[in-house]
Design a protein around this ligand. Sequence first.
Ligand code: SF4
Ligand code: SF4
Length: 399
Amino acid sequence: MTPEQLLKEADRCVKCGLCLPHCPTYLLLESEADSPRGRISLIQALASGELPAGKSMETHLARCLSCRACESACPSGVRYGALIDGGRTLIADQHRGRPVWRRIFGLLSDRQRLERWGKFHTLLQRSGLLRITRLFPSMRLRRLISLGQFLPKQVGVLTELHAAKRPTGRLVQLFTGCVGSQTDQQLIEQSLSLLSHLGYAVEIPANQVCCGALHRHNGYPEQADRLCETNRLQAEKSRAECLITLASACHLELNEHLKSDLPITGMTDFLLDLPQDALPNLQPLTKKVVVHTPCTSQNDRSQELLRLIPGLEIEALPENSICCGAAGSYLLTQPELSATLGAKKLVGLKASNAEILITGNTGCALQFRQLIVQSELNVDVMHPVELFARQMENCTGNA
Ligand code: SF4
Ligand code: SF4
């Protein structure tokens, strides 16, 4: 968005304040500058040149989670998500000499670098040096290093074509993402086996790259557009009937920015939209799960999918409309606020006595895994499709 376009969009805000009670940072910090209305005023001042991109401006815009709870609540239909992305781009444009975050986003969005990071973390762990890193004064650095524990020990990117168990001539493309391609390998393998069981061949193009959400929400739309274009080319040259996503954040980004004729659908929706008799039989499971709804999944159908598992007790995590604090790179860029929001979620999780937490987004899963490890809780974190696929194993399916 150009400054003129930003001003035009921001002018649609009538400053009614109806979005304020929905904003996690406003509820936490009780400051107008950390509310949607306050940030829109700051973006107006920035875009018109009334205020420079100084430290305070940067801080208030950086504290926004981009959760877009305010956007859903706004009766005037202000496109807050586009405004905050545009505001951050103006700031990034004025601070071109600050490459640190760009490098970190580059690390997070590059599969090969993530693989190396996972190996480095294992090395730190084996040598005993990991304990020393826990003493680092920077919470950002501690969180960054600690995320390495969720990267697989045995790395590998599951690309290329995966044949169907019972070939039906149907083909889908699977989008595995950047961080997700490493941390969600079990989910990817189970999705492949589920799709194969249903008669679908699956392609994961070797040239598939990060969806670009990390870059777009941090002020680097050109990099995001470049990544999007690479993914668009993979979609365009495919014979697949649809592109299936696993993480809700990637899904939202691709849905809003991938200009392709290939229909995009989430894996949960894909399964639920199949004829009921096409789905496999599932083993019963007498456990309790709580379902966390990611901000990027407004019409989350996880509970609908889980209800197909006989015996499963399903509950929504309390305050599901409030962000868990993962918010893409937020758990690294704003570690203190992220941890405070995460700690609130943990209260609800503990009170539920659930054994499994379900979430359909990679970033949220990482946030919960980190919180659960820190508080020594015995709770598994899973994608709804992971649990569904697990209950399918050893069953004689209808498909
Ligand atoms: S963003 Fe919408 S809800 Fe919030 S103050 Fe502006 S007009 Fe009101
Ligand atoms: S996107 Fe979320 S954190 Fe940012 S202003 Fe809106 S409600 Fe608040």
